[in-house]
Design a protein around this ligand. Structure first.
Ligand code: PLP
Length: 398
């Protein structure tokens, strides 16, 4: 069956929540994908920062198959070895002592929101998040998301979410009320255009939390698991949260999320207060254990930082060559954005579409920047190829 035939079948049965490229992907390996017509793509989207070890990494495939052949699901009424191993790895390599397993980023954030509320003295419930943030598509995480376009049509949203201006600690302080229990933010805003939070800003947010007795929640759903060159983005920013959420790259494509916190805070969630049927499913957890083992092996994270430096230098070359279209490069590790000029922004969607036609996958984040989130195993040669294709597309536009 061809791409067109698959698309026509899909268009008849799906609720129209997605605008999809006209391709049905049928196979992946490393940083490459192939569609039903046999066309090859260089994948700098990685399932939106999910397939960080590349498509069908042999060790992950082996871990999935091994676990699928012995036990797929028993619910959280029982212990399972992969889930325990995963929680041990996560706590051994983070500030956290305790983990709650979920299936997605939004679910991990829901767990964090519930924990922040139940942990607070006297039923405090308000959470301050930042303008431009993205925290998920469930009702509470939509309410936490600081972009009104995600709210429209779904009101009334759950109460207790307010949004502070991006970059100004004072506006956060002004929003604190006797009902405030936490501040929620991403160390780098991915969806709204690869916007890093500066270390001083994050330190100021930590100080505000400490001064007012608020919990600091870092949504590391996109930035976590090596994406920014350290296992968690906050490690390089010198600020430690009280709660952290993970998902995306954790299962390298299998759905799994996690909410991590300290022993003391975790004690507020007791038997029956939160749960998930599939959370920490053994197959997804087995994949995640292997993901962490690979990422924690000697040299892996250093290689991400090295490739980031190389990619940034190449993108800076693009800025120098096309100053009328691009103004700069921002981001951390391999979560990078090419910031477009006003003229570039007008053509942003067109650039992404033309890159697709050239067999290269990127996206246009926050209607402002071209976002690059390749698998972390990307080679310098693949970075060169992506930049070549980008220049080809930009030349044609110019
Ligand atoms: N938080 C952040 C920072 C994200 O980037 C995303 C997804 O893009 C989410 C939460 C939601 O994750 P999910 O789509 O797995 O629910």
């Amino acid at each position: 069956m061809s791409n067109a035939e698959w698309a026509s079948r899909g268009d008849k049965v799906f609720i129209g929540t997605y605008s999809r490229f006209p391709a049905a992907m049928v196979r992946g390996s490393g940083c490459r994908l192939w569609d039903a017509d046999g066309k090859e793509y260089l994948d700098f989207l990685a399932g939106i920062a999910v397939c960080s070890l590349g498509h069908c990494h042999p060790r992950i495939t082996e871990a999935i198959c091994r676990q699928a052949g012995s036990l797929v699901h028993v619910s959280n009424l029982f212990h399972t070895p992969p889930q325990i191993e995963l929680a041990e790895l996560l706590t051994a390599h983070s500030f956290a002592d305790r983990v709650f397993m979920a299936n997605s980023g939004a679910e991990a954030n829901e767990a964090a929101i519930k924990l922040a509320r139940i942990h607070s003295d006297g039923g405090k419930y308000e959470i301050i998040s930042l303008a431009g943030s993205f925290h998920g598509r469930t009702l509470a995480t939509v309410a936490a998301t600081g972009q009104t376009r995600f709210h429209q049509g779904f009101e009334p949203l759950p109460q207790g979410f307010v949004h502070a201006e991006f970059g100004d600690p004072q506006t956060i302080e002004h929003l604190i009320t006797p009902q405030t229990c936490a501040i929620l933010c991403e160390p780098l805003q991915g969806e709204s255009g690869v916007r890093p939070l500066e270390p001083e800003y994050l330190r100021a947010i930590r100080q505000i939390c400490d001064r007012h007795g608020l919990l600091l929640i870092f949504d590391e759903v996109q930035t976590g698991l090596g994406r920014t060159g350290t296992l968690f983005a906050h490690e390089q920013l010198g600020v430690t949260p009280d709660i952290m959420t993970l998902a995306k790259a954790l299962g390298n494509g299998l759905p799994i999320g996690a909410m991590l916190t300290t022993e003391k805070i975790a004690a507020s969630l007791i038997v029956g207060s939160h749960a998930s049927t599939f959370g920490g499913n053994p197959v997804a957890a087995a994949a995640a254990v292997e993901v962490l083992r690979i990422m924690l092996a000697d040299g892996f994270l250093e290689s991400v930082r090295e490739k980031s430096r190389y990619f940034v230098s190449k993108l800076q070359g693009v800025v120098a060559r096309y100053p009328h279209l691009a103004t700069g490069v921002r981001g951390r590790g391999l979560l990078l954005g090419l910031v477009l000029t006003e003229k570039g922004v007008e053509q942003g969607m067109d650039i992404v579409q033309r890159m697709f036609e050239e067999g290269a996958l990127i996206n246009f984040a926050g209607s402002k920047v071209l976002r690059f989130v390749p698998p972390l195993i990307v080679s310098p040669g693949e970075i060169d190829l992506l930049v070549e294709k980008l220049c080809l597309v930009l030349d044609r536009l110019a």
